[in-house]
Write a protein of this length. Structure first.
Length: 155
């Protein structure tokens, strides 16, 4: 994966860094430092869609994604994209969904390295007891995103 384009956006959860390669959006990072920005169409589309999401006007993303990972990670990330807006799953439910019911921890690790949080909604995955678990942007951000989607979670 060769990152070619970068754009920063302000959001209700802080500054975000959008990165794209020749195939689409390949990374979304939290707490991005100030750098030069590109105005490539894929980055502008991602910015617009994220603004609509944070304003409560978008429940799914259509920006082209360019994800790179192991076959297992790609399988988990594809399963994450099937979780509807405002719905949560447990790591165990995701493991069952991909046909590997004993791979809960591996599913958790794939979530941990998800390069496109929010767009590939790993924030919608909770512990087996329905409680918040780790998130790259922090548990406060995960809670914010879930509440934005109308999900009330146990802390």
């Amino acid at each position: 994966m060769q990152i070619e384009l970068v754009r920063h956006i302000e959001s209700p959860i802080g500054r975000l860094k959008l990165c794209a390669d020749g195939d689409g959006l390949c990374a979304l990072r939290f707490a991005a430092p100030g750098e030069e920005m590109d105005a490539a169409p894929v980055l502008m589309q991602a910015e617009r869609e994220l603004e609509e999401y944070f304003a409560g006007r978008r429940t799914a993303f259509s920006v082209p994604l360019s994800m790179h990972g192991t076959p297992f990670q790609m399988e988990v990330w594809a399963a994450l994209r099937t979780i509807p807006y405002g719905v949560t799953r447990s790591y165990g439910e995701l493991a069952v969904q991909i046909g590997r019911p004993r791979a809960c921890r591996a599913v958790g690790m794939a979530n941990h390295v998800n390069p496109l949080p929010i767009l590939v909604p790993c924030h919608r995955v909770l512990g087996a007891d329905g409680r918040l678990t780790g998130y790259a942007g922090g548990l406060d951000v995960k809670k914010y995103l879930l509440e934005l989607e109308g999900v009330h979670v146990k802390v």
